[in-house]
Design a protein around this ligand. Structure first.
Ligand SMILES: *Cc1c(COP(=O)(O)O)cnc(C)c1O
Length: 391
């Protein structure tokens, strides 16, 4: 079996499903209606953005929601609406997308980069405890890859130290923690509709939140400092136009009806892949590749991505190149935020993050589009891994 990299036959020759999936009839119909109406903006009263916000609030078990242009701005608006700003510190995990930290910078606060749990790779409550200072104002757990962070200990810490909790749920539409949807577990939660996410309109975001004063403040941040129900040219606060459009909302609202089916599909693929990986021969008492486990309390992982830990000693660049040549392109994942010079130059502070550094070396991701394939095709991933690791 010659590696495809060296001219052999690739394990997988047919393409994986593309992302996003094809438009469905409901999307086509609603988007067509909005397009024809000329009411493309959320301030023109078409109502689709309001319907989407209401649907997200309901699904997040949070009473309020504000639609925004993207999740980076959503995290910023949530922080600012909750009163976080200059002089404050916000604890973010080291293994996440850079926007979790740059949203903090946008709010004028200092991102404090804390380590993740070495097993599940979500924000470690112990690391948060160690990173607390008198200036800590908020903590931002990230529901990474669709798997909730362990919220109970984080919420308990936040309550003890009077911190705001902003959930970065950009990757976790439909995920649940101890039977409750993410987003409504902290003071605010933020979803993304960027092109790679589990629901997308190309770009977009949604902030959900629990109490009315926070909602009014966040809404005002996203609507040029207006007061909810107040005058159009009255601006009692400083704010910006961070709104989503009704055209985007028209692609997203019908998607909520098929989100559960898509999660179930990805879950079936992940379960099949985990079984296949369990059959790979052990070396020195460990499986060569294992699935990164869920954090405690996870009752529903929305499987945005599947994170795999490569235990076998293999050069990562070789692994990624050889897997791509076999027709199974995997992603390298995040560099630890603390290693990004731009963030430290901008004032971010990094705590020691050995678990995130280990993850950056040994964890690879299976893409969402691949997880949407038939579960039987999980065998392609396992077979390609076995072939590449045996080379
Ligand atoms: C995608 C993503 C964001 C940013 O979302 P945008 O809508 O692209 O701004 C923030 N945090 C995480 C964890 C993400 O994956």
């Amino acid at each position: 079996m010659t590696l495809a990299l060296h001219g052999g036959t690739p394990v997988r020759a047919t393409p994986w499903p593309s992302w996003p999936p094809p438009l469905d009839d409901a999307q086509r119909e609603l988007a067509g209606k909005v397009l024809e109406s000329g009411r493309w903006g959320a301030t023109q009263g078409g109502g689709v953005t309001d319907d989407l916000a209401a649907a997200f609030a309901a699904r997040s078990a949070a009473p309020y929601a504000v639609a925004v242009g993207n999740a980076t701005l959503g995290l910023f608006a949530a922080l600012r609406g909750l009163g976080v700003g200059p002089g404050d510190e916000v604890i973010v995990p080291a293994y996440t997308f850079v926007a979790s930290a740059t949203a903090v910078l946008l709010a004028g606060a200092v991102p404090v980069i804390a380590d993740v749990d070495p097993a599940d790779l979500r924000l470690s409550p112990d690391a948060v405890r160690a990173a607390l200072t008198g200036r800590t104002a908020a903590v931002m757990p990230v529901h990474l890859a669709g798997g909730p962070a362990d919220m109970d200990p984080l919420n308990a810490l936040a309550e003890r130290h009077a911190l705001a909790v902003v959930e970065d749920a950009a990757q976790a539409h439909g995920a649940e923690y101890r039977g409750r949807p993410v987003g409504g577990l902290g003071h605010a939660g933020v979803y993304s509709f960027q092109a790679s996410k589990a629901m997308t309109a190309g770009e977009g975001g949604m902030i959900v939140c629990r109490d009315e004063p926070a909602y009014e403040a966040i809404w005002s941040v996203c609507n040029l400092g207006r007061r909810l129900g107040g005058q159009w040219y009255g601006h009692p606060n400083v704010g910006w136009n961070l709104r989503l459009t009704d055209l985007q909302a028209a692609l997203l609202l019908p998607w909520l009806d098929r989100l559960d089916d898509e999660i179930a599909r990805r879950e079936a693929f992940c379960a099949a892949l985990e079984r296949e990986l369990g059959r790979l021969p052990e070396a020195a008492g460990t499986r060569p590749v294992t699935v990164v486990p869920r954090a405690p309390g996870t009752t529903r992982d929305s499987r945005h991505l599947l994170m795999l830990r490569v235990n076998a000693p293999v050069d990562r660049d070789f692994l990624l190149a050889a897997m791509a040549a076999e027709g199974v392109p995997l992603d390298a994942g995040y560099p630890p935020l603390g290693t990004m010079d731009a963030l430290t130059r901008a004032g971010a502070r990094a705590e020691p993050c050995p678990a995130a550094e280990a993850a950056a070396r040994s964890v690879v991701w299976v893409r969402q589009s691949m997880l949407m394939d038939e579960p039987a095709r999980a065998a392609d991933v396992a077979e390609a891994l076995a072939k590449v690791l045996a080379a």
